[in-house]
Write a protein that binds this ligand. Sequence first.
Ligand code: BTN
Length: 308
Amino acid sequence: MKAPILKKLSKAEGTVSGEVLSAQLGVSRVSVWKHIQQLQALGYEITSSARGYRLKNSPDVPYSWEFPGRESRIIYHEKLTSTMDAAKDLARKGCPDFTTVVAGRQTSGRGRLQREWHSAKGGLYFTVVLRPDLPPVLSFRVSFLASLTLARTLNEMFGLDVRVKWPNDLLVDERKLCGLLSELEAEADRVAFINVGIGINVNNDPSAIEPPATSLKALLGRRVAVKDILARYLDAFEQRMQTSALDRVIEEWKAYTVTLNRDVRVVTTRDVFTGKAVDVDDNGALVLQCADGSLQKILYGDCFHQTR
Ligand code: BTN
């Protein structure tokens, strides 16, 4: 009921009477009033007078009813250990494709290679459960599409020049804006689910924790709405997952990367490699040309761009 009430209030020029709301929504005026009180308690600025209700302001919180058409697939928590844990539980219980767990902050946010992901209030932290009909060996394509689509969405929304760094970071001027982590479970030779976890520095300040990081607020000089970013991104990503030929994604991604043709250091769980990044192959592996001229393919790791 919250979604239709908010829709009617935000569409109205001025005040909407309780009587009109109850007639149009087919519920009692008392029920309308109860929902309005709940919305007010959640931070919606709704004035009430003898003439009715008026929506003056909405909080920037990704409550499920802020996502018409996907309300039942948005699971919002003000605080979680990690959206990856909650999403894994839901995925194992059979939740639908594109179920999205989002947290206002995380107490044990995690990054690639067992790193911690600082998740202070103001950032956007979410995990999308995906159920593509793919063999596990091709699952990397989904992560590449996720990061590519995010870079494009942010560029369209804010006129920025967000680029991708191998494997899945988003950078602006060499500063990290977003990180992406994928977890997969398979049954026989098909993917059961791929959970794509994304952390975006939006209105938080990551610079004190990780000096080479930035946020949308720092780049734009103003706060931006996390719920708008999530809505735009999920729509774009779901549309691409339904329509796009995943076999072209690496080519597209390469046109968007700042990792190629430069000297890099790549840290994996076992080794550290240095060399020139010359390609990303059809398996998503980074191809390094080492000092002795040999080529080294790396499937997973953390990549550090050396200064030019
Ligand atoms: C990285 O750059 O190492 C990946 C960072 C991924 C962070 C996101 S925030 C939402 C989701 N929940 C987590 O605990 N991690 C991912």
